[in-house]
Design a protein around this ligand. Structure first.
Ligand SMILES: OC[C@@H]1[C@@H](O)[C@H](O)[C@@H](O)c2nc(CNc3ccccc3)cn21
Length: 447
């Protein structure tokens, strides 16, 4: 199935996590409150009332976690910085203990020979900024720029690879349109303005990073997936085109200098974001790579449902994850070839790909998760096929290193290559993690 010779010799093999999902220590060493603390503490928002208060206790266990990561042979690791750990009020007073934690974290990674890829924003906005309007307030763009400058100035001597934002679609739509993520708002028009402010803050942060050191590599991570029409009827085809804009090109187009997609905003002109002079130029500031998160495709039909007049159709499967997401590896190939053809990023990294299945820890500490192993194998084959056709994919970060806090699903949904027994905080490498380790070591020629 896989031919590792197809992957370039300097390919980055790793895993990805996010601060709020693994760190815990939510009220330790001066960390401020984030919108996800508030959202999690609000009854009904998160399954079983779970929160990131403790999570994987990575704040205290990072050294053992990175030792395990090294033993598994990975050469890269994608992590995120907790903004409220650095700036408890979002702006102004800096929390030295927060910066010192990330100093220790990065030093420990480098000591283990693992290259850090750092995400500046993975959804955990300081609550103090939310109280001023959050991402719906254009002032938050300046706050993010200040935060980026503080982090890059502190860690930029050791961190050379930066991701400004993780999945602005989720932060904007799930958080402000659907209301199923923090801050839990349900206003599509607001979500579109939030998307614009997130993109604008991305462009500002790119310039901050490049001013610090032009040799640093910077990009953004998008959740991307094919939007397939449910039928070849003109109505369904048009609905799928609007959905493609809603999920994919609303971000890809402005990032690559094409402005916002008219196919969407001609349909919902009243919901279009307010764009100021110069904004689109900042958003389109040149980047070094595109981070692609891929999990599934969408099948779309015409609907009377406003404002988009599209609706999802259950995919045929036959395989589905515990999240009820269709297993569709071909979609990753479709995304990669489309992005390469339409936008031609210099490099692409798969910054997340993985699946949740119902994992069981056996008496002897094993997790036999063949479904997850097979999922990853087939998606790596899609990456291999894209590379064979000239798509410059230079890394794959499995989601996730550890089981962790899965947002509104709490700890019920496990994505890790490593099982976390939350009662003991013991780590157990799953069969999929053992398989991935063997593959990485073979790919890196360390076997
Ligand atoms: O759900 C798995 C991961 C999540 O843990 C990451 O923090 C996040 O970057 C991420 N994005 C997706 C794709 N989008 C999505 C859709 C519905 C709920 C949550 C995420 C999956 N994942």
């Amino acid at each position: 199935m896989l031919d590792l010779n197809v992957f370039p010799p300097n390919f980055r093999w790793g895993t990805a996590t996010a601060a709020y999902q693994i760190e815990g220590a939510a009220h330790e060493d001066g960390r401020g409150i984030s919108i996800w603390d508030v959202f999690s503490y609000t009854p009904g928002n998160v399954k079983k009332g779970d929160s990131g208060d403790v999570a994987c206790d990575h704040y205290h266990r990072y050294a053992e976690d990175f030792k395990l990561m090294k033993e598994l042979g990975m050469n890269s690791y994608r992590l995120s910085i907790s903004w409220p750990r650095i700036l408890p009020k979002g702006r102004g007073e800096i929390n030295e203990k927060g910066l010192a934690f990330y100093d220790r974290l990065i030093d420990e990674l480098l000591k283990n020979g693992i290259e850090p890829y750092v995400t500046l924003y993975h959804w955990d906005l300081p609550q103090a900024l939310q109280q001023l309007g959050g991402w719906a307030n254009r002032d938050t763009v300046d706050a993010f720029e200040e935060y980026a400058r503080i982090v890059v100035n502190r860690l930029g001597d050791r961190v050379k690879n930066w991701i400004t934002h993780n999945e602005p679609w989720c932060a904007a739509f799930l958080g402000h349109g659907a209301g199923v993520h923090a801050p839990g708002l349900k206003d599509v028009g607001v979500s579109m303005q939030v998307a614009h402010h997130l993109l604008l803050s991305h462009g500002k942060a790119v310039r901050v990073i490049k001013e610090h050191d032009s040799s640093h590599k910077v990009g953004i991570t998008l959740i991307l997936g094919p939007s397939h029409a449910a039928s070849d009827s003109p109505e369904d085809v048009a609905a799928a085109a609007r959905h493609d804009a809603f999920l994919n090109t609303i971000y890809l187009d402005p990032l690559y200098g094409k402005g916002y997609p008219r196919v969407l905003f001609d349909h919902i002109p009243a919901l279009a974001p307010k764009v100021q002079e110069g904004d689109l130029e900042i958003i389109a500031t040149e980047t070094d790579f595109l981070g692609v998160n891929y999990y599934q495709r969408s099948i779309v039909k015409h609907s009377e449902q406003l404002p988009f007049n599209f609706d999802g159709v259950r995919p045929p499967g036959p395989e589905f994850t515990f999240f009820d997401w269709e297993v569709y590896p071909k979609g990753l190939y479709e995304v990669l070839t489309r992005v390469h053809q339409d936008y031609a990023p210099k490099e692409i990294f798969i910054t997340e790909n993985g699946a949740t299945f119902e994992d069981t820890l056996t008496e002897d500490g094993q997790v036999h998760d063949e479904q997850r192993r097979f999922y990853i194998e087939r998606h790596l084959k899609s990456v291999q096929d894209a590379i064979s056709e000239g798509v410059p994919v230079n890394g794959y970060f499995a989601w996730s290193f550890l089981d962790n806090f899965e947002w509104a699903e709490g700890f019920e949904k496990r994505f890790g290559l490593v099982y976390v027994d939350y009662a003991t905080q013991n780590r157990h490498v799953k069969d999929s993690g053992k398989w991935y380790s063997k593959l990485v070591k073979e790919a890196l020629g360390a076997v």
